[in-house]
Design a protein around this ligand. Structure first.
Ligand code: CA
Length: 221
């Protein structure tokens, strides 16, 4: 799942990106308000982490422009410690959550996970779809109670499909969300990945719709 990290402090940006990557996300960093606005306006991210003090366009202006254009992506705003007015402004401008600096990376990743989950319509921390259980905190997947050993890439694929259960996801969207901008693969690599996952999880967990994409179906009742 792609996450845009908008932060002009290179060290913080690198730390946040590393923590998100370790948490199973595909982070992309932007250190410039105007460039970040453009990316958020034209690309699909699961969450955007947005610092407010940015060169070229400040974070609040960036957020307001996304919202004015109807962009619904969940946004976690990074604010200065104790700056309550900044937080109020951020929330009024359309932020979904905020985190005062300095913060623990664990907290940031937990908040990003929660935003992803809520925007996908899941209230509970663990995603349960029939026999399939995905635990984003532990990056663990089980089927019929048996924990499956998955590679990070396999985990990202099944977690993304589970979050969008019942929806056919195109190969194009999956490739973008799994590999990120720097490591674009083709549909054959994705097909091979899906085949591997089917062998591990059982053929019924992930369905293929030829020419359309892949889905984790809603459980049959
Ligand atoms: Ca800053």
């Amino acid at each position: 799942m792609r996450v845009l990290v908008v932060e002009d402090e290179p060290r913080i940006a690198a730390d946040v990106a590393a923590a998100l990557k370790a948490g199973g996300f595909v982070p992309e960093v932007s250190g410039d308000g105007e460039e970040a606005w453009f990316r958020g306006d034209t690309e699909d991210y699961a969450v955007i982490v947005l610092d407010l003090g940015l060169p070229r366009m400040d974070g609040l202006a960036v957020l307001k422009r996304w919202r004015a254009a109807g962009r619904q992506v969940p946004v976690l705003v990074l604010t200065a410690r104790g700056a309550w007015a900044e937080r109020v402004e951020g929330i009024d401008a359309g932020a979904d959550d905020y985190l005062p600096k300095p913060f623990r990376m664990e907290e940031l990743v937990a908040r990003v996970r929660a935003l992803v989950r809520r925007s996908a319509g899941f209230g509970a921390a663990i995603i349960e779809i029939g026999p399939l259980i995905v635990d984003p905190r532990q990056m663990r997947v089980s089927v019929n109670g048996i924990v499956q050993q998955l590679s990070p890439l396999e985990y990202r694929l099944v977690a993304y499909l589970a979050l969008h259960k019942g929806r056919v996801i195109s190969a194009h969207e999956l490739i973008e969300q799994l590999y990120g901008e720097d490591d674009a693969r083709d549909a054959n690599a994705l097909e091979a990945l899906v085949m591997r996952l089917r062998r591990k999880l059982g053929a019924e967990v992930i369905e293929t719709r030829r020419g359309f994409g892949y889905l984790v179906p809603e459980p049959r009742t």
